[in-house]
Design a protein around this ligand. Structure first.
Ligand SMILES: O=C1O[C@H](COP(=O)(O)O)[C@@H](O)[C@H](O)[C@H]1O
Length: 255
């Protein structure tokens, strides 16, 4: 079964999320020199800032120089565009790190910006795929109010994204949430990961979490991932997101 960790407020959620990420980091670095992590965009990044950057308990424990950071999905826009997931990560994590004395940053892998706007979206996806490691130690996921995760959207029109088994990164066109063109990890990448972790906060996520955690709804991409890869899936949620649901109210307590 997937683990669901529930918190009263964003600060304690961010604290335990950081602790969970560090546990995955330490496990990976016991076996090698790289921590291969993929991050999503959206609301997750605020929690990363609060936990990994602002929380004094973790500032010296994150081994940034061993981190290889990829993006689960990316909007096909310039990296400094406000819609860019890389850009948002830079703002919440990379830029604040610059002001930490002696901190060495992670190695980050962004899409090839020089191809943006040239009608080369398949090539952007293929080039990004060529950068990916064999598998990820940790993939941090979001969940939209419609049940999308990465840029894997629910519904007939976007079924091709969930059906993709050959490509690891594919072009998502006509995204129902702007911007329309994106690249996204596909299910085989999620399937191969050591650990998958969703973060969802706020009342706007409650109806979709009810369908995922209580209804086990596999028509929703986030539900499909939760059901299919249960043992390596964790959810970090706040009380508002699971209000009225019968999920066990536990918090993360170690490995
Ligand atoms: O468009 C996107 O949305 C999802 C969910 O974002 P949230 O703000 O509702 O948490 C995000 O995981 C994904 O990376 C992003 O491109």
């Amino acid at each position: 079964m997937a683990s669901v960790f529930t918190y009263d407020d964003s600060k304690t959620l961010a604290h335990d999320l950081a602790q969970y990420i560090l546990a995955q980091q330490n496990k990976a670095l016991q076996n090698g020199k790289r921590f291969n992590i993929a991050v999503s965009g959206g609301s997750l990044l605020k929690a990363l800032n609060a936990g990994l950057i602002q929380d004094p308990e973790f500032q010296n424990k994150v081994q940034w120089s061993h981190w290889h950071v990829f993006f689960c999905d990316e909007r096909i826009v310039a990296l400094e565009d406000e819609d860019s997931n890389y850009g948002a990560f830079k703002k919440q994590v990379l830029d604040p790190l610059l002001s930490v004395d002696g901190a060495l940053g992670p190695t980050c892998y962004a899409i090839n910006e020089s191809l943006v706007g040239l009608g080369e979206n398949d090539r952007i996806a293929a080039e990004y795929e060529s950068l990916l490691p064999d598998h990820f130690d940790l993939i941090l996921l979001g969940c939209g109010p419609d049940g999308h995760t990465c840029s894997l959207f629910p519904g007939k029109t976007h079924e091709y994204l969930l059906q993709e088994r050959e490509k690891k990164v594919t072009w998502c066109h006509s995204s129902p949430k702007p911007p329309a063109d994106r690249v996204t990890f596909t299910l085989p990448v999620l399937e191969a990961a050591e650990a998958l972790c969703f973060v969802a906060e706020g009342a706007s996520k409650q109806p979709i979490l009810e369908r995922i955690l209580e209804g086990h709804d596999t028509t929703l991409p986030a539900g499909l991932v939760t059901e299919n890869y249960q043992s390596c899936v964790s959810w970090f949620v706040d009380q508002a997101a699971v209000k009225g649901l019968s999920v066990k109210k536990e918090t993360f307590s170690g490995n």
